[in-house]
Design a binder for this molecule. Sequence first.
Ligand SMILES: *Cc1c(COP(=O)(O)O)cnc(C)c1O
Length: 221
Amino acid sequence: MDSDLAQRIAKITSTLSPSVRSIAVSKTVSPERIRDAYAAGVRDFGENRIQEATAKQDQLQDLNDITWHFIGHLQSNKAKIALERFDWIHSVDRLKLAQTLNRFIEKGCPSPILCLQVKLRPDPNKSGWTVSELLADLPALEQCKALNIQGLMTIAPLGLDESETRAVFRETRQLADRIRALNLPGISITELSMGMSGDYPLAVAEGATAVRLGRSVFGER
Ligand SMILES: *Cc1c(COP(=O)(O)O)cnc(C)c1O
């Protein structure tokens, strides 16, 4: 048991409202340390690479009440395994991928909770819909009837000051409000997956329902 880890987890838990889901991002973290976090009470874990994640999941099968979150760029050829292995996919970042997921679910694959990844500022290193792209794709997304779309996910660009970062989170919430107001059958946008170790208090202040914390839980990678 790692007492520093347990203390960091306790501290984060004490500062977050129980209504905000705190996801421990365990990319690059060993199964042993995931077990330690589990022993300290963590049940939500986030991974960004399918191969790494499934290898660790295989070693942690006895911890059968973990909720697994996929948060990385998902290639279409890994779409099926992502459906089979994750309870949430936060990083649905393009229509083609949504349509691929929809086809697999129609054929009987599990149907995890999905978030649409949006990009509120230009960022060549990040994928996701811009606001106008997402609004344009909504009718096609609505046709993906098997999908369980419940939220938006965003990553604030590095190097913004606090007020700029907060604006990114605020605009994400406003976009969710705007989509909700359209009352599209099958698209409910109540989850806001936003905030990482460096900026999660700002995200929570702007209405995040899920924060994705790597370094602040497990230490520097
Ligand atoms: C790595 C990662 C995180 C966690 O980042 P930290 O800065 O370690 O908290 C959150 N979200 C995504 C999409 C990530 O890839």
